[in-house]
Write a protein that binds this ligand. Structure first.
Ligand code: AMP
Length: 187
């Protein structure tokens, strides 16, 4: 089962996708976490990527596509995986389709976590990450509107989009997700 999580920063993608990964026993792939790790390790890619994400901009498509392509080749991804924060642009969504098609696979369901802007800013302002400053948060929300909303349309046209209200406790949101995922055909 291949599942994509969509939703603006602060919508709960990280928490919910990790939890769903445990429930389904499949790896959780977070491009944001992979980029932060590359930057901590001082790799070339990490250094270049930090210049973008520290100011709330998306990093270039080829960086994240390379990360995902490598990750998908690992044996633990064979039976399925969850994508958290990827794809964030239409070219990334197209690249993901190609990568999965090479393995005779496809995206089974896309979960769009929905939440309003005021609630988002409150949640983000309390996380304390380097890219969680108010100005940077605003930039990230703008990047989401510009680049990732078209990804929502892309998956809607394919009939795999499922909208999940993101308000409520993490348990309440997870129960909604579980209902959808349990009803999703894997083929
Ligand atoms: P996240 O942890 O998913 O909130 O990602 C943190 C930051 O990493 C984002 O604000 C972007 O700058 C960058 N990033 C993560 N995933 C992607 C992606 N798929 N495409 C472009 N930039 C990304």
């Amino acid at each position: 089962m291949r599942i994509v999580f969509l939703g603006p920063p602060g919508a709960g993608k990280g928490t919910q996708s990790q939890r769903l990964g445990q429930y389904l026993e499949v790896p959780h792939i977070s491009t944001g976490e992979a980029l932060r790790e590359a930057s901590r390790n001082g790799t070339e890619l990490g250094k270049k990527a930090a210049k973008f994400y520290e100011v709330g901009k998306l990093v270039p498509n080829e960086f994240v596509v390379e990360i995902v392509a490598e990750r998908l080749l690992q044996p633990d991804c064979r039976s399925g995986c969850l994508f958290d924060g990827f794809p964030r642009t239409v070219p990334q969504a197209e690249a993901l389709d190609r990568l999965l098609a090479e393995q005779g696979d496809k995206v089974n369901v896309v979960l769009q976590l929905q939440i309003d802007n005021e609630e988002l800013i409150n949640r983000l302002a309390s996380r304390g990450r380097v890219d969680d400053e108010v100005e940077t948060i605003k930039e990230r929300l703008q990047q989401y509107a510009a680049w990732t909303n078209p990804v929502v349309d892309f998956y809607q046209q394919r009939g795999v989009l499922c909208q999940i209200p993101g308000l409520g406790t993490p348990d309440e949101v997870f129960a909604r997700i579980k209902t959808v995922v349990d009803a999703t055909p894997t083929k």
